[in-house]
Design a protein around this ligand. Structure first.
Ligand code: 5GP
Ligand code: ZN
Length: 136
């Protein structure tokens, strides 16, 4: 006990404080909260899709969960529906962006070796140009 507060209450407050601090400092949390403007293609209660600020192909957009998840290796069993929603809308938008006939690339970069620069899970969708394999 710390004065009249139980250790459970202190732990919960600490966790909530760190989530709030993270949302404040994370660029994609701020985009999801409409605090930073973006060219939004789709949003619902749990996800948002917006154009990449530095497109690497004629079509290049990102699909993010609105809740903060660092990367794909941090997802939990309870996030399966959320991930399905991201993939479902990613392919739907790719079609409306004109990628149905020739296809597109759907990419999740994860941590340093995966080339992740923004530590909030995001699915890249790139289309309307030929992309090669293996990546650099
Ligand atoms: P990563 O390298 O983490 O896989 O991808 C991060 C992506 O976010 C990059 O393609 C980068 O261009 C994009 N990005 C970074 N800052 C912003 C921003 O402020 N707005 C938008 N729309 N995209 C951003
Ligand atoms: Zn975030």
């Amino acid at each position: 006990m710390l004065g009249k507060f139980s250790s459970g209450a202190i732990n919960r407050a600490t966790t909530e404080f760190s989530i709030l601090t993270q949302m404040d400092s994370c660029l994609f949390c701020r985009i999801a909260n409409h605090e930073v403007p973006s060219d939004i293609l789709y949003e619902d209660d749990s996800i948002m899709a917006f154009r990449d600020i530095s497109p690497q192909a004629p079509v290049h957009f990102l699909v993010i969960p609105k809740k903060h998840i660092d990367n794909i290796m941090e997802i939990e069993e309870s996030d399966k529906e959320l991930l399905g929603n991201m993939l479902f809308h990613a392919q739907k938008i790719a079609k409306t962006e004109g990628c149905e006939e020739k296809g597109a690339r759907f990419v999740l970069n994860c941590k340093t070796d995966g080339g992740q620069t923004v530590n909030h899970l995001h699915l890249h969708v790139l289309g309307k140009r030929m992309l090669y394999w293996p990546p650099g």
